[in-house]
Design a protein around this ligand. Structure first.
Ligand code: ZN
Ligand code: ZN
Length: 935
């Protein structure tokens, strides 16, 4: 226990909490409390958490504040439990967001402008300076939500060390045969001129837009027959410019029909596709397999067919269904399944769109035009040639670029991929070792995304990022360095910067043919960097002071739902690829904080309050209570509510402050010191509150061990408001045995500060320090629960139920509590309460005696007859209250005596004594009501 001291520091009853927090911040900084909390713990016992580095932008939004809070709570908790918890800030610097910001700043319209107008060197140095400019504003927020983290030594994903670790990650995965270069279809942004990962799009529903477009059924003439056509349905007219094959499902039944003077081939199940008029007649039935190998006349044949490649043929494909269209599908390179089936059947691959989304110059219709703009021209041209059978309008949803909003295209990319397909079974296996909070995400959203994940395109045709560390010779030989030293040795050049364009100037001599080999031009998807954070933030494996088992897999990570398919996913992929391990042990998934109108927060909608203003008004502790107690910590979305934020002050901080103020005021008044006397006799109320508190220790510890903050907040609040403030303090106001009260209340308050320290670090430390004179609550150990008396807790609960019923009878009969009543009758099946507890009930309800009856369920009756004696007692009580109000008005100190005159005074000598004792009155006289200081 604490050192003894004479008086407790006086408490300001009108404390402004943000001001208290400001003082507390200065204290922590001055005393290096955070640093001490890390250094004080042995490095042999570590608890690790992995911080998702935020992208470096001007100021944090609610989402970054939300995830920052558990990133502080759990480290504080585990620190108090005796673990050393390293906490270093990080910045995610590379990638499209930064490039886009710099493009806007420099007024660049397209990727071409970067090379042609400013040059890559200048562009990269602009990216570097952008990153250095904007990191300062975060500090204020991080401090004021009380997040303890080493901000000064923050790592950046653009640091040479970080990038070297990423290089090592790439090489390690490459050497396991899990990275390949190939032509595959992925989503592609024509404005940013780069592939985009599926999961980057899937992170946010805003990335999908609904569009109205035409869908067409086209006619493809069967070669060698005059008027027989295959009917094929499509929603991408621009793709008809390069359709070297049609596909059918060999297992589906097809028919040939005669309609007017022409014959059409389509699936038997899709006859409804045909126009109503003129009437058709089925003339022949066949299986899909019968159609395979037939030739058709192309709509356009401007492209070259390479030697050995096939074109304009019907090919088989299992993905063709009769759910929509005609059962015959046009095949072009701009689709994942299309490209696969083309490769399989050796069909000529035609790429007719350039990297900016324009049709190549040699395309006969719409050449040089943006691909979507050519749709009308193509349809017009084909209609003129009588090759369009029908046309209709359809609505569908299309993906857009998460960065620039441009509609994405599925485009074949000669790019670098991680072979997810071959990792899949291990990804599922390793997920078994992860504790997801809430648990439903484990088999739900996460495994669903594993199931659907395509191979991961990890190269970007951009500039600002870690280089793809591959040097490729024209003879096909590759060199993949896993460290700067390896590259320096091989190239004979000193490497200072791994960024473009410097890294592209580094060349090596080919091992095989001796020619000069250059680096491939791409940079890595910045998600590779985010997914390597566990290793790269420690410069692993180059910094020998870190051993893998000391930090991997980390104990804890937390981010919002969007990261299930993104950061959580890439971490899991990389750790599975590297070590066949899960990437983290426990993961908390938060929901999203929506704007006040239920939409996504947006500056354009003006639908959310300024976070800085709110923090300045209500403080960081209240924000922590608000968010950590809300369903957003259970993965659910919530709507921002200033009222709920404000309520944390009213419903938590103030009750705590009032209890503290009450204790200090009376302890000082009685000159109580913090010496603890074990022989002091505790009342049943003391014993009960101690039991109840020990039970609270168990609940909060369990909740935090389970990463469940809403349960922890609720348990603390219940105890504080209902048990401590609403019953223990309330029933202790007039008690006799003051020493036992001070002793108990002091113990409870100081231990409560420890228990709430992770959740409300400011107020907990402030109260703890003033009560104990110790350095900080955050340097103490987590409380251990002692045995508690569950029977006592249950009995007290029952007693309070009786009290509640009694009060509600008084309320409905309109008898104020100051009016004493003679009897309460309690009918129950339970055993009678002990006399000590019953005393509390009678006192609270202001009733003289109780009588018990046996019977089902609880029933409470009050004898409401008011005798003259009871009336006199009530009037005395009212007078006492009036005098006390008057004393307060005149700011009379508690120790001061007063002289009272009143038109009415009690006659019963016992009541007179009671009046004097309660009000500090030394003289009473009968006249106009007045209270004055005794001379
Ligand atoms: Zn874009
Ligand atoms: Zn070579």
């Amino acid at each position: 226990m604490a050192k003894s001291k004479k008086y407790f520091k006086k408490v300001n009853p009108r404390q402004n909490f943000p001001e208290l927090e400001e003082e507390q911040l200065k204290y922590w900084q001055k005393n290096k409390t955070f640093e001490k909390s890390v250094q004080n713990r042995s490095s042999n016992k570590r608890w690790t958490f992995l911080d998702g580095p935020p992208f470096i932008t001007g100021s944090p939004h609610y989402g970054s504040l939300l995830s920052s809070i558990p990133k502080d709570i759990f480290p504080r908790f585990w620190t108090m439990k005796g673990y050393q918890v390293r906490r270093v800030w990080g910045w995610d610097c590379h990638g499209l967001p930064a490039e886009n910001k710099v493009e806007n700043k420099l007024g660049l319209q397209s990727k071409r402008d970067i090379e042609e107008k400013v040059g890559v060197k200048n562009f990269i140095s602009e990216c570097k300076s952008y990153v250095s400019d904007v990191s300062s504003e975060w500090k204020w927020y991080i401090d004021h939500i009380a997040r303890w983290v080493d901000y000064k030594n923050a790592y950046k994903t653009m640091d040479r060390d970080y990038m070297e670790s990423v290089m090592w990650v790439f090489k390690s995965i490459y050497e396991k045969g899990l990275i390949y270069k190939g032509l595959r279809v992925s989503l592609y942004c024509p404005h940013c001129s780069t592939p985009i990962s599926n999961f980057e799009v899937a992170m946010d529903t805003d990335n999908y837009k609904e569009v109205n477009e035409t869908s067409n059924t086209y006619k493809y003439k069967l070669e060698g027959e005059n008027s027989t056509y295959f009917l094929a349905w499509s929603t991408t007219p621009w793709n008809k410019l390069a359709t070297p094959a049609l596909a059918v499902n060999p297992k589906i039944k097809y028919v040939k029909v005669k309609q007017g003077s022409e014959f059409y081939i389509l699936s038997e199940d899709r006859l409804e596709m045909l126009n109503d008029k003129p009437k058709y007649k089925v003339v022949e039935k066949m299986k899909g397999s019968d159609l395979v190998g037939l030739k058709f006349e192309p709509h356009y044949d401007y492209f070259k067919i390479e030697k050995g490649k096939k074109a304009f043929e019907i090919i088989p494909a299992d993905f063709v269904t009769t759910d929509e269209g005609t059962g015959i599908v046009t095949i072009a390179a701009y689709g994942e399944e299309d490209l696969a089936v083309m490769k399989k059947h050796n069909i000529q691959i035609v790429l007719h769109v350039d990297e900016y989304g324009h049709l190549k110059k040699d395309v006969p219709v719409g050449g040089g035009m943006y691909y979507l703009k050519a749709n009308k021209l193509v349809n017009q041209d084909l209609a003129d040639r009588k090759l369009v059978y029908s046309e209709e309008e359809i609505k569908h949803t299309v993906p857009t670029c998460w960065r620039c909003g441009t509609r994405l295209i599925h485009a074949p990319q000669d790019a670098w991929y991680v072979n997810i397909e071959s990792l899949k079974s291990r990804l599922f296996k390793n997920n078994k070792n992860v504790n997801w909070v809430p648990g439903h995400f484990k088999h739900g959203r996460f495994e669903n995304s594993l199931e659907a994940a395509p191979d991961w395109c990890i190269s970007r045709s951009r500039y600002w990022g870690s280089p793809v560390p591959v040097w490729e010779c024209s003879c096909g030989q590759r060199f993949v360095p896993g460290s700067i030293a390896e590259l320096e040795q091989k190239s004979g050049q000193k490497i200072d910067d791994l960024h473009k364009p410097e890294i592209d100037e580094v060349t090596i001599k080919c091992d095989k043919c001796g020619k000069v080999a250059h680096r491939v031009p791409e940079v890595l998807d910045s998600w590779i960097e985010a997914g390597s954070a566990s290793f790269a933030e420690r410069h692993f494996p180059f910094d020998k002071s870190y051993k893998l088992k000391d930090f991997f897999p980390p104990d804890f990570i937390v981010e919002y739902t969007g990261q299930i398919r993104a950061w959580f996913y890439v971490l899991h992929v990389i750790s599975t690829a590297l070590y066949d391990s899960n990437a983290f042990k426990n993961v908390v998934v938060t929901g999203v904080i929506l704007g006040s109108d239920g939409r996504k927060m947006s500056k354009n909608y003006g639908n959310y309050p300024d976070p800085r203003k709110l923090i300045e008004t209500y403080g960081g502790d209240a924000l922590r209570l608000y968010l950590m107690g809300s369903p957003v910590m259970k993965g659910e979305d919530i709507v921002i509510s200033e009222e709920e934020y404000r309520n944390q002050v009213k419903n938590y901080l103030l009750p705590l402050w009032n209890v503290y103020n009450f204790f200090v005021t009376y302890a000082n008044l009685d000159g109580w010191q913090t010496s603890i006397n074990k022989d002091i006799k505790q009342t049943v109320l003391d014993k009960w509150v101690i039991s109840s508190f020990n039970k609270l220790i168990v609940s909060v510890t369990q909740a935090l061990e389970n990463y469940d903050t809403p349960v922890a907040v609720e348990a603390l609040r219940e105890f504080l408001v209902k048990d401590l403030s609403g019953w223990y303090i309330r029933r202790s106001r007039d008690r006799e045995n003051k020493i036992a009260f001070y002793q108990t209340a002091f113990g409870i308050l100081t231990e409560f500060c420890k228990l709430s320290a992770p959740l409300t670090p400011f107020i907990s430390d402030n109260i703890y320090q003033s009560l104990t004179n110790e350095e900080s609550v955050h340097l103490t150990d987590w409380p251990k629960a002692e045995k508690f008396d569950q029977q006592l807790i249950d009995d007290m609960k029952f007693a309070r139920e009786i009290v509640e019923r009694g009060h509600s009878i008084r309320k409905s009969e309109q008898i104020p509590v100051r009016q004493p009543l003679s009897k309460i009758t309690i009918k129950t099946e339970r055993a009678e309460l002990s006399s000590e507890i019953l005393e509390l009930v009678l006192d609270e309800l202001n009733v003289k005696k109780a009588s018990w009856e046996k019977g089902p369920e609880l029933d409470v009756r009050l004898d409401t007859k008011i005798t003259p004696e009871l009336k006199e007692e009530a009037d005395t009580r009212k007078l006492i209250r009036d005098i006390q109000i008057e004393r307060k008005k005149q700011n009379v100190e508690l120790t001061d005596k007063v002289e009272v005159s009143s038109p009415w005074l009690p006659e019963d000598p016992q009541l007179i004594d009671w009046l004097k004792e309660k009000t500090g009155a030394v003289k009473l006289s009968k006249s106009k009501f007045s209270v004055k200081l005794s001379s």
